[in-house]
Every structure is written in C-alpha cells, then in structure tokens.
Design a protein around this ligand. Sequence first.
Ligand code: FAD
Ligand code: NAP
Length: 345
Amino acid sequence: LGCGLLELVKNVDLSASNTLGLAARAQSVLCIDNDASLAAVCEAVRGHGVQRVLGGGSNVVLAAELPGVTVQVQTRGVQLLTQSAQARVVQAQAGECWHDFVQYCLAQGWPGLENLALIPGTVGAAPVQNIGAYGVELAQRFHSLVAWDLQAGRVVEMGLQDCQFAYRDSVFKRAAPGRWLIVAVRFCLPVRWQPVLDYPDLQRYVDLQGVASDAVEAQDVFDAVCAIRRSKLPDPAVLPNAGSFFKNPVVTREQYLYLARTWPDLPAHAQAGGFYKLAAGWLVEQAGWKGKRVGAVGMHERQALVLVNHGGATANQVLALAAQVQASVQQRFGVLLEQEPVVFS
Ligand code: FAD
Ligand code: NAP
C-alpha cells in the first residue's frame, strides 16, 4: 500500500471481522494504512463509492453480502502532542486497538481513560457512538479529531461541538455510512486526575481490594473495570455478541414516575434537564428475555441486554429477535428500546 497504489481486494470474507460472528462477504475491501492519502483513497473508490467504514466490527450487524467498497482503517501510532499544568493532549491513529491505547496511556502515566478499559474495537470508532462505561464517556476526554470527508474529498478537523456528542451517539453515527473516515483522534487527559467511582460495581470492587478512597490510583480503576467486565460479559471469542444490543432509554420525569408506581424496583438514574435513564437490561429481563433462545440467537443468561449468536446466525435472525424484544418491552412498559449496533447491508 502507498499513495496512489491502494488496492481494492475483491470478495473478502468478513466472518472473522465482526464480533457477532455473522457470515458476511464484502464485494471489495480497501485497507488504509499510514501511507495512504485522501487523494489516493478517493481515486481508488471512484466509480464505486464508499459504502461503509469497518473498524473492529464490535458494534455492527453485517448482512451476508456487502456490495460496493468496505474501507478498513489500519493506521497506527500514538503521540503526546502537548502538555500543560492542566492537561495532556494525546493523539492516536484510528487503527489502534482501543484497549491497548488505554493501557499504553496508563503505562506512560497519562490517566483518564481507565473507566473505558476493555471496550472492544478501534480508536477510530470510539467517537462514533461516544463510547461510555462506568461513568465516563469519550466526550469528557475528547479534544478533537481528524477525519476525511469522503463525499467532499477534503480533510477536516473537528472539535467537541462539531461532533455533536450525545448519549452513545454523535454526528458520525447519524451520517450516511461511509461519509466520514476518522483517521486520528486527540484526547485531553487531566493532569490532576481524580478517580470516577460512581458505579456501585466499581466502588464495591475497590472497597473489596481494601484500597482507601483517597489512595485509589488509575491502575486500581483499570484493574477493577477489567475484572468486573470479564466476570459479567460474554467474551465474543467464546460466545459471539456485539455488547449491549439496546441503549438505555431516557424518559421524562412524568413517564418515570408513572412506571415506578407499578414497578418500584425499576432502576433509573436522574439526568440533566429532568430526564431519567432507565436500565434497558432490567426492562429486557422483566419482559422475560434473559437467557431465552430463539433458534441460533438469544439474549444472554447473565446480561439480558446482550444478544448472542449461539452458532450460524444470520443478520435477519439477529434483527428479528431484536424486534421481538423491542415489541415485548414496548407492550409491557410503553418504552421503545433503540438498537445500538449499526446495520450494514
Ligand atoms: P465497528 O463495529 O467496526 O464500527 C462501528 C461504527 O463505527 C460503524 O458505524 C462504523 O462505520 C464506524 N467506524 C468504525 N471505524 C471508523 C472510522 N475510522 N471512521 C469512521 N467511522 C468508523 N460500547 C460502549 O460504548 N461501551 C461499552 O462498554 C461497550 N462494551 C462492549 C462490550 C462488548 C463485549 C462488545 C462486543 C461491544 C461493546 N461496545 C461498547 C460496543 C463497541 O465495542 C464500541 O462501539 C466500539 O467503539 C466499536 O468499535 P469498532 O472498531 O469495533 O467499530
Ligand atoms: P451496571 O453497572 O449493572 O449498571 C446498570 C445500568 O445502570 C447501566 O446501564 C448504567 O448506565 C446505569 N448506571 C449504573 N450506575 C450508574 C450511575 N452511578 N449513574 C448513572 N448510571 C448508572 O451496568 P453493566 O451492564 O454491568 O455495564 C457496566 C458499564 O459498561 C455501563 O456503563 C455500560 O454502559 C457499559 N457497557 C456497555 C456495553 C455496550 O455495548 N454499549 C456493553 C457492556 C457494558 P450506562 O450504561 O449509561 O453507563
């Protein structure tokens, strides 16, 4: 690969490139490394159009046949750009593995991303759904990013406002698939670091280790997040899945109070603007789906929010089960669950 020498590889098997383990073939794949240029990419895809960008495939549902060009970003590298008394700005190339990047930052003494440890996928995909876990979301640690606008054929630098981050959402998730190619992401990491231990699981784990609250270090948080995730979540390498299949619904205070009258145990967290975030996993479990299997697919026995492929599932089976779960939650609670993974067809 190199400028002007990008090659479109035809008929590529992507079954090992998506964590749901769906059998899928791309008509053609274009891999982009550090030597590729925007001009070369535009030239390579001219006449075909980029249909989609694929990272680690951990938040997608792939159809069996994917027409047109699928772009995979394999750019690598991490760099400390600036450091002041308040913050460090660290840039990572889009093809870096997210978890390795978090670990690398910790090893350099740059804390701030530890709550987001062990989220599968690439750095380039992280802004797409504003990844979040254990009380921290990417937007809180975001500085800017560099993207290629493949529709307009130009390089753009985007700041916090441009990305329109929201709960597991951004301008990239809403845009036409394949419009933006994120090539590098810059993070703003605090020099005066404070642990974020709001989530009960995390606090409990740290307490159990006997670490005093004022002595907690970023490595302790990282270890806790990794241990909790390993104990709760199915490993896609063992039981293929795409993580949480639905977002936690956010409802009005009136709707929450109405539901809580019938279901006083309903877990909910107050949000800005008087809204309430409900635990989608609880809703799915109460609707009777925890551990339930429908043919090749099912909802996980420990985490009702995680849709799993027991073997040989198709995108249609995945989406049919998701629709059934949505319908029964809607019928029981009057709440519409929004799907989190992106569908590629
Ligand atoms: P892909 O699945 O390949 O793509 C996802 C989307 O990003 C697609 O729309 C794709 O077009 C786009 N995209 C990918 N790369 C680029 C790029 N370079 N430029 C432009 N667009 C791009 N998510 C969370 O938020 N929090 C969690 O705690 C979490 N836990 C998970 C646990 C498990 C077990 C699994 C399987 C998934 C989990 N996820 C979680 C979802 C997923 O890991 C994240 O959304 C992740 O950021 C997806 O990265 P990816 O590289 O696999 O992206
Ligand atoms: P959990 O800790 O059992 O909590 C259940 C739900 O309650 C979570 O969805 C979380 O919302 C919310 N919550 C808990 N404590 C909260 C607090 N102090 N303030 C606000 N909200 C709170 O959740 P879990 O299922 O084991 O997952 C742990 C974390 O990993 C969560 O942040 C979850 O989003 C993340 N995760 C995400 C995926 C994915 O694919 N998207 C997969 C696995 C885990 P939030 O989800 O909004 O944080």
